[in-house]
Design a protein around this ligand. Structure first.
Ligand code: GDP
Length: 433
């Protein structure tokens, strides 16, 4: 969600105002310079619009003079935020420090909303009016303490936010979840499909309107209806012996495009093939949820099982987070375990971590495992937000370039903390330099 940064001198009431905006759902500590806070970012919502409020007061470095510290806040805010909420104490009026901040804010061209705080009584309105002199538009008279006019202020923030991105849609809203059953030829896709479909076999034409192909099947499993995409492609296999690999690749891509979760079927009785690994990578890159199904389990002996485990460890480490189900499409062994695995993967695929929790996690992570110093500099994660779901996407706002090893470490720790079994996650950076 878009970021709104709250900037202002200490004691102008930033934290109280942030509390107001959040409807006091979360506690914010005192607005005292130099106080180390463990959280700076919060989820907020107004008139159905979600955004992230960042209290830049949390960034005040200890040993820097006030003016420099506030300037630093302002610079960070304009770098990282979509909208800056600049808070001035109307009872004090614009100070030199405020003027300096305005300079920085104006140069950035970012939308600014000016909150004239501590206008507690009607009689104090003129204090707010005086702040027109700052030259950044209408001062919104508010009283963070009493909640006065905070709705108007939020309306002003809302209208400064960028247009919301259209929601991601996957097929018909509320329709059956879409599953792609993929894997190289002969791993047992059509056998598994037969096992799952049993007597049912509701063939559905593709909604996208292509003439006859691809065709989906609706299959009831575990009390729910699922849409298995492009099953015609799986069943038609035997007519396509020529160039089977080529068709398999094409089919994999188009099935993935139309699905939410992929069940990648692997023949466990044989060594993992290059093509198996390629298919798994394709799923991860597509951002779809992933379940690994090891088929033909009825053919495995003790020794093969041992080697399979080693192959998985060595070759499928990029999908370590995917649930694994060992099945036999022939005997039906453990086939029923596919559904809970798919459900887990889909749930995590759409999951959202509350911003406050995410930032508590990051502040602990960063203090326990700081980024190594490089060229005299030590990049820091200032705060993080989850920018999207399906799959979960995280944006780290940082004070410098995080090296790849550190980013992998962060991704690993995110998974340890929040799970995400069965879903890829994306971690990107917004750097201020
Ligand atoms: P597809 O190309 O992935 O659709 O694979 P098929 O479903 O056509 O299966 C390929 C071959 O593997 C067929 O001879 C199946 O009978 C066999 N097969 C599929 N699943 C199993 C299984 O679980 N155990 C054994 N032993 N054979 C299987």
């Amino acid at each position: 969600s878009p970021v709104v940064a709250v900037v202002g001198r200490p004691n102008v009431g930033k934290s109280t105002l942030v509390n107001r905006i959040l409807g006091r759902r979360e506690a914010v500590v005192e607005d005292v310079p130099g106080v180390t806070r463990d959280r700076v970012a919060y989820d907020a919502e107004w008139r159905g619009r979600r955004f992230t409020v960042v209290d830049t007061g949390g960034w005040l470095p200890d040993a820097v003079g006030l003016a420099a510290a506030i300037a630093e806040q302002a610079r960070l805010a304009v770098e990282l935020a979509e909208v800056v909420l600049f808070v001035v104490d109307a009872t004090v009026g614009a100070t030199d420090v405020d003027e300096a901040v305005v300079e920085i804010l104006r140069r950035s061209g970012k939308p600014i909303v000016l909150a004239a705080n501590k206008v507690d009584d009607i009689g104090a309105e003129s204090d707010a009016t005086a702040l027109w002199s700052l030259g950044i538009g209408e001062p919104m008279a508010v009283s963070a303490l009493h909640g006065r006019a905070s709705g108007d202020l939020l309306d002003a923030v809302l209208s400064a936010l960028p247009e919301p991105a259209p929601p991601e849609t996957f097929g018909e809203a509320g329709g059956p979840r879409r599953v792609a059953l993929i894997g190289r030829p002969n791993v047992g896709k059509s056998s598994l499909l037969n096992k799952l479909a049993g007597e049912q076999r509701a063939v559905v034409d593709d909604v996208a309107g292509t003439t006859r192909d691809p065709v989906d099947e609706l299959i009831d499993l575990g009390g729910k209806t699922w849409r298995f995409v492009d099953t015609a492609g799986i069943r038609r296999r035997h007519r396509e012996n020529q160039g089977a690999d080529f068709y398999a690749t094409l089919r994999t891509q188009s099935a993935l495009d139309r699905s939410e979760v992929a069940v990648v079927l692997v023949d466990a009785s044989e060594s993992l093939a290059e093509q198996d690994l390629r298919i798994v990578s394709t799923v991860i890159e597509s951002g779809r949820a992933l379940v690994l199904a090891f088929n033909k389990w009825d053919l495995l002996d003790e020794e093969r099982r041992f080697y399979l485990d080693r192959e998985i460890d060595r070759q499928l480490h990029n999908a370590r987070w995917a649930p694994r189900v060992n099945i036999s499409a022939r005997t039906g062994r453990h086939v029923e375990k596919l559904v809970p695995a798919i459900e887990t993967a889909l749930e995590n695929w759409g999951s959202r971590v509350p911003t406050a929790r995410l930032n508590t996690f990051f502040s602990e992570l960063v203090s326990a495992h700081p980024h190594p110093v490089r060229g005299g500099k030590q990049p820091r994660v200032l705060f993080a937000t989850q920018a999207g779901v399906r799959p979960p996407k995280f944006v780290l706002f940082t004070s410098g370039f995080l090296e790849p090893g550190y980013r992998r470490f962060i991704e690993r720790r995110l998974r340890e903390e929040f799970g995400f079994e069965g879903t890829p996650i994306e971690v990107s950076m917004k750097i201020r330099e």
